[in-house]
Ligand binder design. Structure first.
Ligand code: UGA
Length: 440
């Protein structure tokens, strides 16, 4: 089929490449000329495992194209996906102005007699589809035929290509059979169950899914505080409850809290949506509070061990919001670095992929030194903080790390290491929801 995707960010680019991979003809649209030039020459602006190969292969096969022109893309496509950003506003509600602008532009290029399906893939508040429909009707020529569909995306950064190629489910919210049939054809090659709903329900599913996942993480984080206070072990507790199929073990890993460009934004948005609908979702406010507190308790643990953080040499491993991505947006690791610097600590950071963007977007203070390796980062450090669980950190030679540190004190914010091994190696080891290992 002939498709276009307006917005070539994470969701748009990965979706476009995966649609092309299964044989569709895809035009990805973006209004950033630098990004377009890079993409056309095979350069990928984000780090996402497998994406570069996928893009290059499909560009070479002439199934994936890039353009700056919405008009050209819409003219050549039966189905038009919208995948533009929906950033948060200061009160947590969603800024829908990019969606509105794109809807107006699509309206301007639709031709009477040529049916188009306009699919919203961006994460949007419930009822946005109605507003997109009204907007297109308001600005399009009379007699234009179109339907608006909601098709939320559930990919995770770091494994986006795999998530898209083999989705658990595809959600399609459509109030028209004609549009639904085209959507089914697009997704047929992915061989995934298709959940068909009305447009409003599909929109709600996305915010409800992300909020539920954040709730699960916060549940584990709140439990980790109880484990610390009682001497229980969070890993054993979550294994114990997660083996109940009704609960499931996924997304019960306690740590420094969730971050990234989705969960914090989407939970705030869902709270705002519920407020606007006159049904406040106070449970989600508690999720936010637990998430904030998790990082604050961690820093308190550091103060308990180091007393005063001012002038302490601290190594931080990890800046991205999770492993296997270069995304540093709303990263708890970045917040932690800023908190430590505010308290006067001398921070040296290392991240396999995130340092460039952390510097480019000025997300960390200029005083933070950046190391070329995990080993260099700990040179002379009085403490090491593990903030993101990259595999590289799991594989380091801990004996060499200990030898380079001034004091062998490790704060593991992601429970990456085994406490008994750390003790055996002579570290003072503090982690999340598991007893500390002292070697005095
Ligand atoms: C999340 C959802 O998982 C996707 O399904 C969704 O499509 C996406 O948001 C989106 O809305 O676009 P993502 O933000 O890429 O995906 O990453 P996750 O793997 O969900 O991790 C989010 C945060 O939760 C990370 O900071 C991670 O460290 C944290 N996390 C995750 C935990 O602290 N514990 C866990 O058990 C799992």
């Amino acid at each position: 089929m002939d498709l276009c995707i307006i917005g070539s960010g994470y969701v748009g680019l990965v979706s476009g490449a995966c649609f092309a991979e299964v044989g569709h003809h895809v035009i990805c649209v973006d209004n950033d000329p630098r990004k377009l030039t890079a993409l056309k020459s095979g350069q990928i602006p984000i780090y996402e495992p497998g994406l570069e190969d996928l893009v290059k292969r499909n560009v070479a096969a002439h199934r994936l194209h890039f353009t700056g022109s919405i008009g050209e893309a819409v003219e050549k496509s039966q189905v038009v996906f919208i995948a533009v950003p929906t950033p948060p506003q200061p009160d947590g509600s969603v800024d829908l102005s990019y969606i509105e602008r794109v809807a107006r532009e699509i309206a301007g290029v639709l031709k009477p007699g040529e049916y188009r399906v306009v699919v919203d893939k961006s994460t949007v508040p419930v009822k946005t589809g109605d507003n997109v429909t009204d907007t297109i009707k308001r600005y399009a020529k009379p007699g234009v035929e179109f339907d608006v569909v909601s098709n939320p995306e559930f990919l995770r950064e770091g494994c986006a290509v795999a998530d898209l190629m083999k989705p658990d489910r595809v959600v399609v919210g459509s109030n028209s059979d004609r549009a639904l049939n085209l959507m089914k054809k697009i997704y047929e090659p992915f061989m995934a169950p298709i959940i068909v709903t009305d447009v409003n329900s599909a929109e709600l599913i996305k915010h409800a899914a992300n909020s539920f996942l954040a709730l699960k993480i916060s549940y584990a984080n709140a439990l980790s505080a109880i484990c610390e206070a009682s001497g229980a072990d969070i890993e054993k507790v979550v294994d114990g409850i997660g083996s109940d199929k009704r609960i499931g073990r996924h997304f019960l890993n306690a740590g420094l809290g969730y971050g990234g460009s989705c969960f914090p934004k989407d939970i705030a948005a869902f709270i705002a949506i519920a407020d606007q609908l006159g049904r406040p979702f106070t449970l989600l406010k508690e999720v936010q509070r637990i998430n904030r507190e998790q990082k604050e308790r961690f820093i308190q643990k550091m103060r308990d061990a180091l007393w005063i953080l001012r002038d302490k040499k601290i190594a931080v491993w990890g800046l991205t919001f999770k492993p296997d991505t270069d995304d540093v947006r709303s990263s708890v690791a970045i917040d932690l670095v800023n908190d430590l610097c505010r308290e006067g600590a001398h921070v040296t950071a290392y991240d396999p992929k995130g340092m460039e963007k952390a510097v480019e977007f000025k997300l960390i203070p200029a005083s933070v030194k950046l190391a070329k390796s995990p080993l260099e980062a700990v040179d002379g450090a009085e403490a090491l903080v593990l903030a993101t669980e990259w595999r590289e950190f799991k594989e380091v030679d801990l004996t060499a790390i200990k030898a380079r540190m001034h004091t062998p004190l490790v704060f593991d914010g992601r429970n990456l290491f085994d406490p008994a091994t750390m003790k055996e190696l002579g570290f003072n080891y503090r982690c999340i929801g598991r007893p500390a290992m002292e070697t005095r």
